[in-house]
Design a protein around this ligand. Structure first.
Ligand code: TRP
Ligand code: ZN
Length: 479
């Protein structure tokens, strides 16, 4: 869907215009700035250096060894893709130092910029050429602060690579933007006695000298930020759901109170079954989850296997967060953002799924949750200053993205009717090519409902004010 979408240039907020020229290159041909050079960004104005231009990736073979004692990571990643333009050189996103780069069998020149590995192949690539890039690299990811962030997480027994939007560049070279999804093989070499969990299927686990080698494979297209690694001491629980789908849960042995975490994650199977009845078929082959022993502020919807902070299960079960992260498998993972400004399409629908789940399991009414949320943020609240459709790069995880996003979903449902709404949402997921933008979503909503929704979306997504409680804005007649 995204590739044909016109960029919403007319909507560009002021802060976007400060992006360097290369950043807008996705809107023009990627190599337009300097002929033959792949752009240093994917054209995402919120994060101008994330992703690259000039090629697409089909497959990553990430193979890393991690030593928790020194916190050093050594890696060899093989990237298979294709040039989308003639390339005298191209970029990968990587914050660790590379020692060797080989392109199509020949050693290539390479140099480093803060977030980039710039590769000059011996021979330029022609448009359409297959490329196989091998990068050897090493470093201490937790010491790398780039662009003001340092997403690598150290734990007592190991480390965790989870983050959004940034984490990939801290452990493998990539075209780090959700618009370039690829398949992954992930091999993690860790000291014997440690577990190393990642996405998808566990292809094999073997002992090799003092190390255990864990090989994981995700066969469905995945955005780079959704690839993860959890290294440490974990209890692994695996099996098959009633529907025959493999599950794999991992619980940190550092977790003192295991019960609530285990019971919450075990609900993943039935929650997924309920989500399938709500949004259509589950997009992947595996389900699962990982609970960290560390207290961090979040959970992340890593493909097939979300990662949860122990914080969620400290005081008892939390199935709502499981519903949220599993809903992201549809909204966020199967349909990824086209640009990071589209983030409300992830968080709004994941949060709305939590509301629907509360209605399904407790006797809560979705309308009442909507009303409570709307009333909680009074007309003068700063909450309404963040328009979810254009929040700005520093506010992509503002509470408005989540809660006003979910309110938008519910108001839309009321505006076009439940039947059109669920038909729309299922079609959004099913017919999607891997990414979606707000403009594409509103266009599809208009097509499915036969209604004109410009004003509705402007009020809910692009206005720095509390939507008035009118029928036109999707409120009930008596509110
Ligand atoms: N997408 C995550 C969620 O489900 C939240 C999140 C935002 C996050 N930024 C993060 C998670 C950084 C991990 C790291 O709500
Ligand atoms: Zn979320």
């Amino acid at each position: 869907m995204s590739s044909t979408a016109p960029a919403a240039a007319g909507n560009t907020p002021a802060h976007e215009s400060s992006a360097p020229a290369v950043a807008v290159s996705a809107l023009a041909p990627a190599g337009a700035v300097v002929p033959g050079r792949g752009a240093a960004g994917a054209g995402d104005s919120y994060f101008p250096t994330y992703g690259n231009g000039g090629y697409r990736v089909n497959h990553y073979d990430v193979d890393v060894a991690f030593n928790p004692r020194t916190e050093r990571l050594r890696g060899r990643t093989v990237i298979r893709g294709r040039a989308t333009q003639a390339l005298s050189r191209f970029n990968l996103d990587l914050v660790l130092g590379a020692s060797k780069v080989v392109v199509n069998g020949r050693p290539a020149a390479h140099r480093r910029k803060p977030h980039e590995l710039i590769v000059t192949p011996r021979r330029p690539l022609r448009r359409g050429d297959a490329m196989r890039v091998v990068v050897r690299y090493a470093g201490v990811p937790k010491n790398r602060r780039v662009g003001g962030v340092r997403p690598w997480i150290t734990t007592k027994d190991g480390a965790v690579a989870v983050g959004e939007p940034e984490i990939a560049a801290w452990w493998f070279p990539s075209n780090d933007h959700p618009r370039d999804k690829a398949r992954f093989d992930i091999t993690l070499r860790v000291p014997r006695g440690l577990e190393a969990i990642s996405n998808g299927r566990l292809v094999n686990r073997r002992a090799r000298g003092a190390r255990t080698v864990w090989h994981w494979r995700e066969d469905d297209p995945m955005a780079t930020y959704l690839a993860f690694a959890a290294i440490g001491q974990y209890d692994i629980v695996r099996g098959r759901t009633n529907a025959g789908r493999p599950y794999l849960y991992a619980f940190s042995q550092q977790l003192r109170n295991q019960r609530p975490a285990r019971r919450s994650l075990r609900a993943t199977a039935s929650i997924t079954a309920w989500l399938e009845r709500t949004w259509g078929r589950y997009p992947y082959d595996e389900i699962g989850g990982v609970v960290l022993g560390k207290w961090i502020g979040f959970a992340l919807e890593n493909q097939t296997r979300p990662v949860y902070s122990r914080a969620f299960f400290e005081f008892g079960q939390d199935r709502s967060v499981v519903a949220h992260e599993m809903a992201h498998q549809w909204f966020g993972n199967r349909v990824a953002v086209d640009r990071w400004r589209d983030i409300w399409l992830n968080e709004g629908f994941a949060t709305y799924s939590e509301w629907l789940y509360a209605a399904h399991t407790r006797n809560a009414a979705v309308g009442a949750i909507f009303k409570r949320t709307y009333r909680f943020y009074g007309p003068r609240s700063r909450f309404w200053d963040v328009p979810p459709g254009a929040p700005g790069p520093n506010r992509i995880f503002d509470s408005a993205i989540y809660e006003r996003g979910a309110m938008t979903a519910h108001a839309l449902r009321r505006k076009i009717g439940s039947q059109s709404f669920f038909r729309l949402m299922r079609r959004w997921v099913r017919d999607n090519d891997g990414n979606g933008s707000t403009a594409e979503f509103s266009a599809l909503a208009e097509r499915v409902s036969g209604r004109q929704l410009d004003r509705f979306f402007r009020v809910w997504l692009f206005t720095k004010a509390r939507p008035r409680p009118t029928v036109a804005n999707g409120f009930p007649r008596r509110f």
